[in-house]
Design a protein around this ligand. Structure first.
Ligand code: PEP
Ligand code: CO
Length: 446
């Protein structure tokens, strides 16, 4: 790849980049960040890639989830631990139901930039830059807050590092120990049916562990920790460039700001800057695939992003919407089958199902989300291919952002605890319901 460098994307058109008034300051920030320690290592990145290769072949399952967009303000112990708790509980249900390892990946520790439909926003005749995430500008509608500021990239790096530091400590230490699932309890969950169902599984697992350890006379030390990986949409290319480093161990360039960057549905133009950047890094990568992707678009992208056909390198994160998946997914599966490329098929049942209520609140119908997950399993079963993962927007906070689910949330409940500044997330009960659905699907005979 002699014509690629971490900055060669500059020769292409980069969609969704903020306009900075002070280009000199942006260059200074990128150069400063390039000197900072990386957040992850190439060994971790390669380990994840080999686990994703297993998921592509149906021997593991990818669980990827977190906020639509992290906020700087949420870089606190409590929300971080709660998010990990939900993902650990979901993964336990999935492991138990699917009988295979679960790869846990957060949309976390760097998910600070958002694509927007317009560069600017107008209110009462006043036009200002759109809010593009906490690493670009601030939400309040004033000229000062909405100014795109390069120094926020340094703040994003610091908050990512703090978040990851805490996640690592929790994943490595006693917190994640399967012998102590009580550590993962969420205090606001009391009467939830899903929580009761979950506790039955926990009880069964604890009994089995006790039995194995009694009969074998040993404690399996490996069960006291879990692997936990980070991911974010690699949208702001100057930042991603600054995190791109040559591996210490061998050849090749890695994005060491996250384990698993993905390309958004709006920035996947084949001749665009994002594809140029992504083709040169060694990380496993995700590609969001929406209804506008034709079979030809997809095959061109796959050939460019994974010319060596490395298993685990490329995940297709499909997000068509419940109404469109039956029409959109089959031709794409057939095109990929024809060229025999090893891809991991994942389903994002969130981004094709966003609606706005009569009161102007962005929400998602839980039935639509479930329906897209179910249809994804059905269509893949019909093609003899595998759904190897799920991609969700969720939180461990007790929010009311999506309608429906076992708690029966109504549109009138949305105002009660709506925290997201961007897309609506699943709450605990809704997230667990999806985990149980997938666990159940996996047990269905073919
Ligand atoms: C997202 O994942 O938050 C997002 C913007 O998704 P997409 O690129 O699929 O629209
Ligand atoms: Co989103």
């Amino acid at each position: 790849m002699s014509d690629w460098t971490p900055s060669s994307w500059n020769n292409k058109t980069a969609a969704q980049q903020p306009r900075y008034n002070d280009r000199g300051l942006l260059d200074a920030v990128v150069s400063e960040l390039s000197e900072r320690p990386p957040l992850v290592t190439s060994w971790e990145v390669e380990r994840l890639k080999s686990q994703l290769a297993l998921a592509a072949g149906g021997k593991a399952f990818l669980l990827q989830g977190g906020d639509c967009s992290e906020s700087f303000q949420a870089c606190r112990a409590d929300p971080i631990a709660k998010k990990l708790k939900v993902l650990l509980q979901m993964s336990l249900v999935l492991v138990y139901g699917m009988n295979k390892p679960v790869i846990r990946v957060g949309r976390i520790a760097g998910q600070y930039a958002k694509p927007r439909s317009s560069d600017t926003e107008t209110r009462d005749g006043v036009t200002l830059p759109s809010y593009r995430g906490d690493c670009v500008n601030r939400i309040p509608f004033t000229a000062e807050d909405r100014e795109n500021r390069p120094e926020l990239l340094v703040e994003a790096y610091s908050r990512s590092a703090q978040t990851l530091n805490y996640l690592r400590a929790l994943a490595e230490g006693g917190f994640a120990d399967i012998h102590h699932p009580e550590n993962w309890e969420l205090d606001f969950v009391t009467q939830s049916k899903k929580s009761q169902q979950y506790h039955q599984i926990v009880g069964g697992i604890s009994d089995s562990l006790r039995f194995i350890e009694t009969i074998g006379g040993v404690t399996n030390g490996d069960l006291s920790r879990v692997d936990f990986y980070t991911s974010h949409e690699a949208l702001l290319l100057p930042y991603e460039q600054s995190m791109t480093r040559q591996s210490i161990s061998g050849s090749g360039w890695y994005n060491l700001g996250t384990h698993y960057p993905w390309i958004g549905d709006r920035t996947r133009a084949h001749d665009g800057a994002h594809i140029e950047y992504f083709r040169g890094i060694e990380n496993p990568i995700g590609l969001k695939v929406g209804p506008t992707a034709s079979p030809k678009d997809l095959i061109d992208l796959i050939e460019t992003l994974n010319p060596d056909r490395q298993p685990g390198r490329l995940t297709l994160i499909c997000r068509f919407g419940a109404q469109k998946i039956q029409a959109c997914l089959p031709p794409l599966i057939e095109a990929v089958q024809k060229v025999k490329h090893p891809v991991l098929w994942s389903v994002d049942p969130m981004h094709g199902n966003t609606i706005t209520t009569d009161h102007g609140i962005k929400t998602r119908h839980f039935d639509q989300i479930l329906s897209e997950v179910r249809d994804s399993f059905l269509v893949h079963q019909q093609h003899d291919t595998i759904v190897g993962g799920i991609h969700l927007e969720l939180t461990g906070n007790d929010v009311t952002e999506c309608i429906g689910g076992a708690g029966g949330l109504q549109p009138t409940d949305l105002a009660r605890a709506y925290e997201s500044k961007v897309d609506p997330r699943l709450n605990y009960e809704q997230a667990m319901e999806i985990a149980f659905l997938i666990a159940g699907q996996a047990r269905k005979p073919n």
